[in-house]
Design a protein around this ligand. Structure first.
Ligand SMILES: [Zn+2]
Ligand SMILES: [Zn+2]
Length: 147
């Protein structure tokens, strides 16, 4: 955690607080969440070129509507901010995937030769043959051993 810092959001201008470990963060959590949502929706739409900067709202001159994130931001500070937001969003997404894998790992299947029964299987079969439950059968066996 570390020290609590008071900073001014580079996007909305509001004051916000960050802990030492997040000191480099330039924007508040409200803006972060807002832009994460924008980035997700923008990605889903196939990154269409924006006419206005999504950070400061300035119209984007046609000639500078470049590739990548510059399709939605001015050059310079806005582009840097959008890049940071994009990278942070992508990193969180990857962490989500690590924490919650979509496909659980398959347990390796122990191979057994056909017809071969495990010790447990043998006991269960013997118990069934004697008309007892596995537990009852084991108890009888143990009693038998004591005698
Ligand atoms: Zn903000
Ligand atoms: Zn801008």
């Amino acid at each position: 955690m570390g020290k609590l810092w008071k900073k001014t959001c580079a996007i909305c201008g509001n004051d916000f607080k960050v802990y030492g470990s997040s000191y480099a963060q330039k924007y508040c959590n409200t803006c972060r969440d807002k832009y994460f949502k924008f980035l997700d929706e923008w990605a889903k739409a196939g990154y269409p070129i924006k006419t206005h900067c999504v950070i400061c709202g300035a119209p984007l001159p046609k000639r500078t509507r470049g590739a990548g994130l510059k399709k939605a931001s001015c050059d310079g500070e806005c582009y840097k901010l959008l890049t940071t937001l994009y990278q942070q969003n992508a990193r969180i997404k990857r962490e989500d995937l690590i924490v919650m894998p979509r496909r659980p790992k398959k347990e390796p299947v122990k191979r057994r030769k056909p017809g071969q029964m495990s010790r447990l299987g043998e006991l269960e079969a013997a118990a069934r043959a004697a008309g007892m439950s596995y537990g009852e059968y084991i108890a009888t066996q143990l009693r038998g051993m004591k005698q």
